[in-house]
Design a protein around this ligand. Structure first.
Ligand code: PYC
Length: 341
């Protein structure tokens, strides 16, 4: 029998399963090297933790590791039912609350290493956390994508720690009772992105689609969203990396000023408060292993400006538990990838 110690949290309804101890040994190197080792040699552990029968299609795992940088409290690799995430905003808030619950941190500011760079979180006490994401930017604006029904949707491609295609939700209001339609629209758009070879920088796959629309009447928010995640599930939270991508677009359009608050609601009505600071004259984001300590390189001046997005949200502990991996169990290492891909 192998045992894995976990703390389950949810951030605005979206679960994070934090592996505190007992996960696979990922060895030394940068976080992206460790993530590659996880994916190439140890992927069964991802399924064992996040897929059925122990997990579910919406479960996001967070494997804690030794930090990469001396200034960080830990390293973290996020994963889900089909693979690995570069960064995860709701997951970072969940990790902060899990570390607080385990007595491993006091209220204060900490750094975490991810495969795409160092992020920061501040445990504000109780259940509230402020995170400062890797630099975000809009890569392309008003990109046309043709849908099978002959319609064309226009959206922005932006990086917020993951790649997003952001567009209007259209006629469908962003509420739980319309989930099936929202899911179908976002899935159709994602397939069209693949078919039409619409990508992020360096040909990277755009694996998240974010539909944006009006908040519900009386809701204290600037917008609602529906975010389709790579494994086919929707984000119950407003999506930290997706909100960062949205804020980068608003900043590029001059519709949000530095320091101004953007209240992003999710399709279930949970909320993140976001704001940004511009990053001046630093065009280093296109490197997949970008580190904030890196010197700006000599990228051309027409590269998009980056912003540093800060988000405030809350997470709650659902469970402290031990996963039991019984080698006699035919589904010990998970039921396999979700049917979505
Ligand atoms: O909060 O960044 C996020 C996220 C990505 C996928 C699910 N949640």
């Amino acid at each position: 029998m192998h045992r894995i110690q976990i703390i389950d949290t949810h951030t605005g309804g979206e679960p994070t399963r934090v592996v505190m101890q007992g996960g696979p040994e990922l060895g030394p190197g940068t976080m992206s090297q460790r993530r590659d080792r996880f994916a190439n040699d140890l992927d069964a552990w991802r399924r064992a933790v996040s897929c059925e029968p122990r997990g579910s299609n919406c479960m996001v795992g967070a494997m804690l590791t030794e930090p990469e940088r001396a200034s960080s409290v830990a390293g973290v690799i996020f994963f889900n039912n089909v693979g690995y995430l570069n960064m995860c905003g709701h997951g970072t808030i969940g990790v902060a609350i899990a570390l607080a619950h385990a007595g491993r941190i006091e209220p204060g500011r900490y750094a975490l290493d991810t495969p795409v760079g160092q992020v920061f979180f501040e445990w504000l006490g109780d259940n509230q956390v402020r995170i400062t994401n890797v630099p975000s930017y809009r890569y392309r604006a008003h990109v046309p994508v043709r849908l099978p029904d002959g319609q064309t949707v226009y959206g922005d491609i932006a990086w917020g720690g993951n790649w997003f295609f952001l567009c209007q939700a259209g006629e469908t209001s962003l509420q739980l009772s319309r989930l099936a339609e929202l899911h179908e629209r976002a899935t159709t758009i994602r397939q069209a992105l693949v078919d039409q070879h619409v990508t992020g920088a360096n040909g990277d796959e755009i694996d998240h689609v974010e539909l944006i629309g009006e908040p519900l009447p009386g809701e204290q928010a600037d917008a609602r969203n529906f975010v389709l995640c790579p494994g086919g599930e929707y984000d119950r939270s407003p999506c930290g990396t997706g909100t960062s991508a949205k804020v980068a677009c608003l900043a590029s359009d001059g519709r949000l000023l530095p320091g101004q608050i953007w209240r992003q609601a999710s399709v279930i009505g949970s909320l993140f408060q976001a704001s940004y600071e511009p990053i001046l004259n630093d065009h280093s984001i296109d490197k997949p292993n970008y580190k904030p300590d890196d010197k700006p390189d000599d990228k051309p001046d027409d590269q998009p400006d980056q912003v540093r997005v800060t988000l405030v949200g809350s997470a709650y502990v659902n469970a402290e538990a031990e996963l039991v991996l019984d080698p006699n169990d035919p589904f010990c290492m998970g039921i396999g990838d979700a049917a979505y891909r």
